[in-house]
Design a binder for this molecule. Structure first.
Ligand code: SF4
Length: 374
């Protein structure tokens, strides 16, 4: 199982909370598409595990691209890689980019999963986040995706936003449920440095999101989604009828992936490498056949910590057998010892070899994971 991620850095405007690598001007677009295609060619042997099972266009806002841009990338992908007939092919899209002709085009090139960045169905909240679309456009985009038979559909929502009371969140979840969407990614708002949100909070223009409010929102989310038979298969991801994101599941299971485009990361089980966080530098590096901007060789401690951090977030949890087999006796003893610590033990359930977060643990996943780190 292996995956390809393609980073499209363009956005029409910058959302206040966003710290992804994005740029507003698209004047580099043609050079960037050419560089992405060349990078796919240069790295066509990076993944040595046979067929590609998932392809994911993320960003930024991939839906900004023209059909001809996607066409070029898809032609290169199919020429350079062996792509499974049943591959999951996902595109992130913003509601304001979704229209009938784009959806028809996506269908024609095999895109079978859409992830729509909605964040909220409340216009006041959308404005506070500096989102470009309205709630009406968000609802219309989902209905249109249904009309074009995109059954494998995700939307993103954010909770814990200053000014978002519990009724607003209830209404967001209600809208999600009414729209009959099989998958939800719901994230607690985090205030990242160097974002506009950080600036606004520091200057007392917005209040700081409160932890207790975030937990209250998280509890409501879990409660309502459980009632409606959505499975929380990862801390921030809920799916009905096992419509898991196969691409993200590959990340969480630490499987290899190739990332192309500016700022994209790749992982081959032993090393992690990433491209320049600059469109012009990225394009120049690819022109110069420079394979990666940076490479980090993962130590056994790094790999163990990653396994703990990713595994604990999912319903598949941490497998004690895997710790013993992949990392050895010393790591296994270390893990077993830490498992006795009340700061871990009280937040997990153990079923044979498998350790998963319990309901309380899900609220403090990062803290519990760090208590198990080397
Ligand atoms: S659309 Fe997405 S990637 Fe672009 S600025 Fe907003 S949150 Fe960031």
């Amino acid at each position: 199982m292996s995956s390809i991620y393609i980073h499209i850095p363009y956005c029409k405007q910058k959302c206040h909370y966003c710290n992804f690598f994005t740029v507003i001007s698209t004047k580099t677009k043609q050079d960037l598409i050419d560089a992405i295609c060349k990078e796919l060619e240069l790295k066509n042997d990076y993944l040595q595990s046979g067929k590609i099972n998932t392809i994911y266009f993320g960003g930024g806002t991939p839906s900004i691209l023209d059909n001809s841009d996607f066409d070029k990338i898809f032609k290169t992908l199919y020429k350079q890689f062996s792509i499974s007939d049943s591959a999951e092919i996902s595109v992130e899209a913003n509601p304001d980019d979704i229209n009938a002709s784009k959806l028809k085009f996506f269908k024609s090139c095999g895109v079978n999963r859409l992830s729509i960045g909605i964040q909220s169905f409340n216009d006041y909240i959308l404005k506070r986040l500096n989102r470009i679309h309205t709630s009406k456009e968000a609802i219309e985009s989902v209905n249109l995706a249904h009309n074009f038979d995109f059954h494998n559909l995700n939307i993103d929502l954010i909770y814990g936003i200053p000014g978002m009371d519990i009724e607003i969140l209830k209404n967001d979840i209600k809208n999600f449920l009414d729209l009959n969407i099989p998958h939800l990614s719901a994230y607690s708002l985090t205030v990242e440095e160097k974002t506009t949100l950080h600036y606004l909070i520091r200057n007392n223009r917005y209040p700081m999101p409160s932890d207790s409010e975030s937990i209250e929102h998280f509890n409501l989310l879990i409660d309502l989604l459980n009632t409606h038979h959505y499975e929380q298969y990862e801390i921030s991801n809920f799916a009905k009828n096992k419509t898991y994101s196969r691409h993200n599941t590959n990340y969480w299971k630490n499987l290899p992936y190739l990332g192309v485009g500016p700022s994209a990361h790749s992982f081959n089980s032993k090393t992690r490498q990433w491209n320049a966080y600059s469109v012009s530098k990225y394009i120049q590096n690819i022109k110069d056949n420079k394979m990666y901007h940076n490479i980090e060789v993962l130590s056994t401690d790094d790999s163990y910590n990653e396994y703990i951090m990713l595994g604990l977030r999912t319903k598949w949890g941490i497998d004690r057998k895997i710790i013993k087999e992949n990392f050895g006796k010393e790591y296994s003893l270390y893990f077993e010892n830490l498992l006795l610590n009340p700061n871990v033990r009280n937040f997990v359930s153990i079923d044979g070899n498998v350790v998963i977060l319990n309901l309380e643990g899900k609220k403090y996943a990062d803290r519990v994971a760090s208590n198990l780190f080397i």
